[in-house]
Design a protein around this ligand. Sequence first.
Ligand SMILES: Cc1cc2nc3c(=O)[nH]c(=O)nc-3n(C[C@H](O)[C@H](O)[C@H](O)COP(=O)(O)OP(=O)(O)OC[C@H]3O[C@@H](n4cnc5c(N)ncnc54)[C@H](O)[C@@H]3O)c2cc1C
Length: 457
Amino acid sequence: MPKPPAPLPASLRDMPPAELFPDIFAQDAPHRGFARGGRAAALGALAAIDPVSYGRDRSYLDGHVTRLSPYLRHGVLTLAEVREAALTHAPDTAPSRVWKYVNELSWRDYSVRVYAEVGGLIWQDFEPYKTGLPASSYASEFPADIKDGETGAACIDAWSRELRQTGYLHNHVRMWLASYVVHHRRVWWQGGAAWFLTHLLDGDPSSNNLGWQWVASTWRAYPYLWNRGALVKYAGDRYCASCPLADAGCPFDATYTALSERLFEGKEAAPGESGHLDSARLEAVPWEPPLTPEVALGAVVWVHGDRLSPTNEALTAYPKGPAVFVWDDALLKEWDISAKRQTFIHECVQELPVHVLRGDVAAEVIRLARAHGASTVATTPSSSPRFRAIVTALEGAGLAVQHWPEPVFGESLTPLDLRVHGEYWRQISASAFGKDPAPPKPKRPRAKKGQSVKAKE
Ligand SMILES: Cc1cc2nc3c(=O)[nH]c(=O)nc-3n(C[C@H](O)[C@H](O)[C@H](O)COP(=O)(O)OP(=O)(O)OC[C@H]3O[C@@H](n4cnc5c(N)ncnc54)[C@H](O)[C@@H]3O)c2cc1C
């Protein structure tokens, strides 16, 4: 006789995260970050965006950045619906006035697609550092004074505190802080990426690690640097005014040439250094419209951290289906997820019709399916290698897994060239503006020799 299925443990849905994760909450003082979790809060933040002003001033720390990233990261909002909100922002808003914003959203779609292709390789240097220094000259230990905000440089210390206390940093600050960590302190970018992942409410190996690799020059032809002039231009004197290093000893008060000479051994990779990514792998990634499955009899729904919304397509396909969210204990430990991020996720989960469990995700989903005699698990796609491993385990247990896709952000008529964002954007931009997908736009002429090439910011 087959053994009867083990009964499900009680749902942890209403258990406060401080009780679920007492160790983290005891060691990590800020228990709440800059944004509240959940769809209602997300829609409130979406209603407040100003994508037109964004195009003019997003590089300034007080500019109209939208702070939607935690909602996009956790699928509380989709890129497609944020794009729609931007395009219909004001009845007379021409698409060209929100071009920059839609283009910026595309960086997330792009990063997620690259992550889907490279998987765990996202943690390896794609290319060698172009600093003339071997990878071995970058320290693997992350400096405590940066973590604690005690370097003595007012800007760096303020950003470190802001990260820890709020879980958010402006894009420019992320670049500046990453550049300081990697180039001034000569620390392995992976250590900085792990630090960000712990604290950012939007922490995501896709955008995060690509951002760090870009700054480090392991995914770019040259390292990213900034100086005091750029800081004052975009941030005013809010840091320098109180900085003990302002009059003497500011490490950023120099020209780019002087900084390069001080920090690097050259402009190319050190002899014998190589990267881990064969870029041909990203050259022609098939693009096909995602298929929507048929509703099956006897299915359970698995909701995961990449689509924490009541509009989750698997949840809406099975409005009465038993649904589960599982706190992935091993992942939380591996990423050392902060208390404020757990609070954010908890607030998202509380709005969902799900039974909440914790532990080994595949084992718990299998337990739910068995408890309901189900042979199908309906879920939403994710680019993470961990998601793939869980799906493999579910299938190994004899369950069929359905992937319910969210609306696409941009369609392409050709396989995607993901080696650089510009190529990918040429392929999807027509459709990203709500038009029918079109052949790739013609290439923009390259900057002439001697002309400066605009940095990503
Ligand atoms: C070192 C470094 C680490 C980063 N880590 C992350 C991360 O862990 N998670 C994350 O979502 N983004 C990350 N980014 C990208 C970017 O900084 C943030 O998405 C953005 O600052 C979030 O703030 P916002 O919502 O106000 O952005 P806005 O400027 O208002 O942009 C709107 C949305 O577009 C997307 N977006 C904008 N810029 C980028 C970008 N360069 N790459 C990918 N998506 C982008 C985000 O989803 C963002 O919410 C990182 C960038 C760098 C340089």
